[in-house]
Design a protein. Structure first.
Length: 261
């Protein structure tokens, strides 16, 4: 990726994730108003330019990494600019929202990352607005690759991305939380339960990523008819785990659409 001047509005968790991934190979101009946060970012990522919205003037790309509820007020302060690419990682805000507030034919890319972006292991759903071109998508993908992988989708699928991967880490954390609690109930202390569950989780995830077999095929390989694994899976089946997952993702998808209105 060529060296770009990239502006980032917001130096919170996701903004910092981008800073961490980009600052070694790009010139970063960061707009952050919290004084304590400014001090932290300045000492941690030497060489970035920190300041108010004026620091964004020379940026060819501007990333919005602020809360959705703060966005409309923020956009009123940004001069209309056709020569910049704008990338939003704010949940629920459409590309049309930014096109309306930033001016005619503005180039906008919308992205939905998830929490593992904090360690560079995220996955981000990405779509383009009406006036973004192929080069804008390619550049956006290269920028967002600094926090993990990207998946290009139609904007109509972004709410579904939110339901599947945006909210997805919470599903994993809930499952692990209850898995550990169940292990403790069997007699393990918390440290042992955590080690057994975490290592099983991470090892299984790595195996899934490297294996030629699908998740279903690997599940079958672990499961002996009439064995211990089968006994556990029978409980999941009886409690309709598959239906619970479908209903949960459907609820998240529905709520994402409601918040986008």
């Amino acid at each position: 990726m060529k060296k770009n001047i990239i502006g980032i509005i917001g130096g919170g968790n996701m903004g910092e994730a981008l800073i961490k991934g980009l600052y070694a190979k790009n010139t970063l101009h960061v707009c952050e108003t919290n004084e304590a946060r400014v001090k932290y970012l300045n000492s941690t990522y030497r060489g970035i330019v920190l300041g108010d919205l004026k620091v964004l003037e020379s940026a060819s790309v501007v990333v919005f990494a602020v809360k959705p509820q703060d966005m409309e007020g923020l956009l009123k302060q940004i001069p209309k600019a056709k020569n910049k690419l704008f990338i939003s990682i704010a949940a629920g805000l459409t590309t049309k929202f930014f096109e309306k507030h930033l001016g005619s034919r503005v180039r906008v890319v919308r992205a939905m990352p998830n929490l593992p972006a904090l360690i560079g292991e995220g996955v981000t759903g990405i779509c383009v607005g009406a006036y973004a071109i192929g080069a804008d998508l390619k550049l956006s993908q290269s920028i967002l690759a600094s926090i993990g992988e990207t998946v290009v989708v139609k904007e109509s699928m972004i709410d579904a991305v939110t339901a599947v991967s945006g909210s997805g880490p919470a599903y994993v954390f809930l499952f692990v939380e209850q898995w550990i609690n169940a292990a403790i109930k069997l007699g393990f202390d918390s440290a042992q339960a955590k080690q057994l569950v975490y290592k099983t989780l991470i090892g299984s995830a790595h195996l899934l990523g490297k294996s030629e077999f699908s998740a279903g095929e690997l599940r079958i390989k672990v499961t002996s008819k009439g064995g211990t694994t089968q006994a556990a899976l029978d409980v999941f089946s009886k409690k309709k785990f598959d239906q619970i997952m479908k209903e949960a993702l459907s609820a998240a998808n529905k709520r994402a659409k409601e918040l986008a209105k």
